[in-house]
Design a protein around this ligand. Structure first.
Ligand code: PLP
Length: 421
């Protein structure tokens, strides 16, 4: 099936007389008639649902769908994108380990890596994703367990050279983890470019309607966990009756370990109703992301010509340093998120946002409705102009998440607000 069709049919196939749409299995637990069967479920000798923190039929259907969309062997939904990022690292690293990450990633991931994981004893080294392979190689250590990057970086909209990152990771015997939130599997499937694990904040385009928090981890099934670097996969887990993940689960060892060990212990699971909403989003994702991308491309090309605009970042612009790379990795479009800077600085940025009539001011991207944020007067308000510059943000920078409204209405709103600046 092509991806548009997969978005509708993967994960749930009603049989004769069953509901056409994915049922919400709103139950925390599941009833059994023999202790013997429950014991087998707990020993992972038999598959079955027993407690919604570990697995639930509605959540499971969404996990199967997302795994199919990304081309993976399995997936696990989490309560938020942050939880997915955290589990993605904790499944393969523990105190005393290290990993390497692109520096062009979501601020929440930066903080999780640099501050919270550090407190847990896991160290990160950030690298400039545009650095040479040998410069990035220099960040690796004997205890390095993974390389991490974002397909389209939030908020800089840089496009990652996934194949370069995969080469470096594999030369070091570690998996490449890609956060594919902005691209979604419709625009880019990182596993097909050599990534081993893909994560998403489903809160963004996959839900797409600003309704439901969520995250997901997809296991590509291609990484060799028995290469000597990952003893947690090849030696008995005493917390699970001595199970050896690489032996018991083969290609799905990573996602099985994430679920039966980490989700069991940390519990940041998706809910059945949350999974139902995410599935609603997935069904129309290809249509929405195509329109988001077309509209953002049109807005970017309109903004570059405006005399009050100093610069625009969007990969399809003729002068974008990512234009060629986007054509390779994102041939169907580059999502709805772009950023631009106003010549008038901080004050102009704030006045522009306050003058918008349709677009909403909010701390979110990837909604069906156009939304904006002015970092210098909100998320980065405490920084001076000099500090903003070192964070790669100009005082007049606006982050725009272009929605699926008619393009004429979006541009009309931007035009009238720019006239007030
Ligand atoms: N990854 C990316 C690229 C994001 O943009 C976000 C949130 O904006 C996250 C992860 C975290 O996801 P959540 O907000 O669902 O926890």
């Amino acid at each position: 099936m092509e991806i548009e069709t997969q978005c509708l049919y993967e994960g749930y196939s009603p049989r004769n007389g069953e509901p056409q749409t994915l049922p919400i299995c709103q139950s925390t637990t599941f009833k059994y008639e023999s202790t013997e069967q429950v014991s087998k479920l707990f020993d992972l000798e038999e598959a079955g649902f027993f407690y919604t923190r570990i697995a639930n039929p509605t959540v499971d259907a969404v996990e199967r769908k997302i795994a199919a969309l990304e081309g993976g062997v399995g997936a696990m939904c989490t309560s938020s994108g942050q939880a997915a990022t955290m589990f993605a690292i904790l499944t393969l690293a523990s105190a005393g380990d290290h990993f390497v990450s692109s520096s062009a990633i979501y601020g929440g991931s930066l903080n999780l890596f640099a501050v919270t994981l550090k407190k847990l004893g896991i160290e990160v080294t950030f690298v400039d994703p545009e650095a040479s392979e040998s410069e990035i190689q220099a960040a690796f250590r004997p205890n390095t367990k993974a390389l991490f990057g974002e397909t389209i970086a939030n908020p800089s909209i840089d496009v990652l050279d996934i194949e370069k990152f995969a080469r470096i990771a594999h030369a070091n015997g570690v998996p490449l983890i890609i956060d594919n939130t902005f691209a979604t599997p419709v625009l880019c499937r990182p596993l097909s470019f050599g990534a081993d694990i893909v994560i998403h904040s489903t809160t963004k385009y996959i839900d797409g309607h600003a309704l439901q928090m969520g995250g997901v981890i997809v296991d590509g099934g291609s990484f060799d966990w028995t290469n000597g670097t990952f003893p947690d996969f090849t030696t008995p887990d005493e917390s699970y009756h001595g199970i050896v993940y690489a032996e018991a689960f083969g290609k799905a060892a990573y996602i099985a370990k994430a679920r039966v060990q980490l989700m069991r212990d940390m519990g940041a699971c998706q809910t059945p109703f949350g999974a139902f909403l995410i599935n609603q989003g997935l069904e129309t994702l290809p249509l929405r992301i195509e329109r988001h991308s077309q509209n953002a491309d049109a807005v970017a090309h309109w903004l570059v010509k405006h005399d009050k605009v100093a610069s625009v970042s969007y990969p399809t612009l003729e002068d974008s340093p990512y234009r060629e790379r986007a054509a390779k990795y994102l041939p169907k479009g580059c999502s709805g998120v772009l950023s631009f800077s106003l010549k008038g600085g901080r004050e102009a940025g704030a006045r522009f946002i306050d003058s918008l009539k349709m677009a909403s001011l909010l701390v979110h991207v990837a909604d069906i409705r156009t939304c904006v944020l002015h970092p210098a007067s909100s998320t980065h308000r405490q920084l001076t102009d000099e500090q903003l510059a070192s964070a790669g943000i100009t005082p007049g920078m606006v982050r725009l998440s272009v929605g699926i409204e008619n393009i004429k209405d979006i541009i009309a709103d931007l035009e009238q607000a720019l006239a007030q600046v």
